[in-house]
Design a protein around this ligand. Structure first.
Ligand code: BG6
Length: 363
């Protein structure tokens, strides 16, 4: 079953290029620069009637939802956000009849996400699934949505499923954009960017030995920060989550600008920071963040597709440059490898981290 791999997480990370290709298959329309997501069951009028989008999920699925919300806002200019499904179900939410709710789940069995879907349906909300496992409880309860086509995922730490969530949300955002004001040229740019992803992810995975070296260098750390702003922020959250889950190193994610409002007090030589720097309008701001950390003696690992000044960070992990809106997808991949190699260096059980289950189906 492992096909020569040492563990499922490694196998599933390696499978990402083909998993992305499967998610895209038959869904990209070059002629009209849009996406086809037949499982949504929404015609153009229904798509245009959507006034806002809310993503609901738990753990990594929630962070993927946050990336999805950013894609929807950027490409479709429709207000969008993400919320942990558990919080949603417990707080007597106001259900907006003009909103599209997206329940995000690899397994399709997570009890908190299922309960959020049931609460939504009870109040007449329109909810679709973004689910990997066909026939699962959430997929059945939603009745429509987008299947992730990541293939079976065994490792507790989600990799290819999370990637395919974000890829699917990029297609949803493209579709919502193209029934509104996203131009054909901009749509073509996104289609081209999506097509390029499998090859680009392959290149990030090829950086394995270098990322393993960096992971080993910092595996002794007791705590780590993951910093990012805007497109880099959900990436930082997912990176911190992965490190926590499988290496048991305490990791916290912060929006870079929040650093100076408190957490900067913790930065010293024993507190490495992973700083996410997408090649966008905020590179100069992110360079400023790295300088702030360095000035307090904090080691910095930059994960970037921008051109950073030489010697700025202690370590630089580079990913290919694609379409800016899709940066979160590529920037997440090296953080999987970083967590993986840190956990390996510490001798952890990669596929079955202590205290965790692949899907939490009871409260
Ligand atoms: C958690 C898993 O319990 O459930 C996470 O440890 C996962 O890895 C989360 O992201 C949500 O699971 P699912 O199946 O709903 O995507």
């Amino acid at each position: 079953e492992l096909g020569g791999h040492t563990d499922f997480m490694r196998k599933e990370m390696t499978e990402q290029p083909e998993a992305i290709a499967r998610a895209l298959r038959g869904r990209l329309d070059e002629r009209f620069a849009t996406a086809h997501l037949g499982g949504l069951g929404l015609d153009p009028m229904a798509l245009r009637a959507i006034k806002r989008v809310k993503f609901l999920g738990c753990g990594s699925a929630y962070y993927a939802g946050q990336m999805g919300a950013a894609l929807v806002e950027e490409l479709a200019r429709v207000p969008a956000d993400a919320e942990p499904a558990s919080e949603y179900r417990y707080r007597n939410p106001v259900v907006d009849p003009d909103a599209l709710y997206v329940a995000v789940s690899q397994s399709g069995e997570t009890i908190d996400t299922l309960a959020a879907v049931q609460e939504l349906r009870r109040k007449g909300g329109r909810v679709i699934g973004a689910v990997n496992v066909v026939g699962s409880a959430i997929a059945r309860e939603c009745g429509s949505g987008v299947f992730l086509h990541a293939g079976p995922e065994v490792s507790v730490a989600s990799t290819k499923a999370l990637t395919n969530m974000t890829v699917s949300f990029a297609m949803l955002a493209l579709l919502l954009g193209r029934v509104r004001d996203l131009s054909a040229a901009a749509g073509t740019r996104v289609v081209t960017g999506l097509r390029a992803l499998p090859g680009q992810v392959e290149r990030v995975l090829a950086d394995d030995a270098e990322i393993a070296r960096i992971a080993k260098r910092y595996a002794h750390a007791r705590h780590m920060f993951f910093l990012g702003r805007v497109r880099g922020w959900p990436v930082a959250r997912e990176g911190a989550q992965k490190l926590k889950e499988i290496s048991y190193i305490h990791a916290e994610a912060y929006q870079s600008a929040e650093l100076k409002h408190g957490p900067l007090a913790l930065v010293d030589a024993e507190m490495p920071s992973v700083v996410i720097v997408p090649a966008d309008d905020l590179v100069a701001k992110n360079i400023g963040t790295i300088e702030q950390v360095k000035a307090r003696g904090g080691p910095v690992i930059a994960v970037t597709n921008a051109d950073l000044p030489d010697g700025l960070a202690d370590e630089v992990i580079r990913v290919p440059r694609g379409e800016p809106e899709l940066d979160p997808i590529l920037l997440t991949i090296p953080l999987q490898l970083l967590a993986y190699h840190t956990a390996t260096a510490l001798g952890r059980d990669i596929d079955k981290p202590r205290n965790l289950a692949k899907s939490v189906t009871v409260e």
